[in-house]
Write a protein that binds this ligand. Sequence first.
Ligand SMILES: Cc1cc2nc3c(=O)[nH]c(=O)nc-3n(C[C@H](O)[C@H](O)[C@H](O)COP(=O)(O)O)c2cc1C
Length: 154
Amino acid sequence: MRCRADTVHLVTYRSATGSVEGMTATALTALSVTPPSVLFCVGHTSRARDAIRREGSFGVSILSNAEAELAAVAGRSGSNKALDPELLVASLPELAPVLKRALATLQCKLVEDREIYTHTVFVGEVLDANVSAEGDPLLHYLGAFATISRGPRP
Ligand SMILES: Cc1cc2nc3c(=O)[nH]c(=O)nc-3n(C[C@H](O)[C@H](O)[C@H](O)COP(=O)(O)O)c2cc1C
């Protein structure tokens, strides 16, 4: 899978203390259009797993290339994942907030979870989506962060 250039996301969730935390994730993909839904695979040892189960929601922020530093910190097990509330927004306050600065964001309600091998597969129904499309995407390729430009329009 190292040979696949993946989109980098920040998956956000509310911790037990009420703070909002974010973990870096690439194992996230679209599931269905009707209803709009996504599938996210999270390791059993990640704090995100229990938090998402407990709260019943998660946020997805598709990161721009400007967020490589955040993605590196939020991608390390045991790192401080608490996010500054100033960086966050929630159109639906009952669901996990998302990053203000992102290419696109989704607020998802947890509708299904399955334990498979070392991971939990979550299905989230997208109840709110926003697109900013400002900037180039942050990718992960061959074990390192990378980016790609849109290039000139025809
Ligand atoms: C680029 C990148 C992508 C990652 N994608 C995932 C993923 O899709 N699922 C996952 O469980 N962990 C993924 N990780 C690892 C988690 O971010 C890491 O294990 C997590 O931060 C653990 O948090 P913890 O402090 O709760 O242990 C990824 C890490 C990086 C750097």
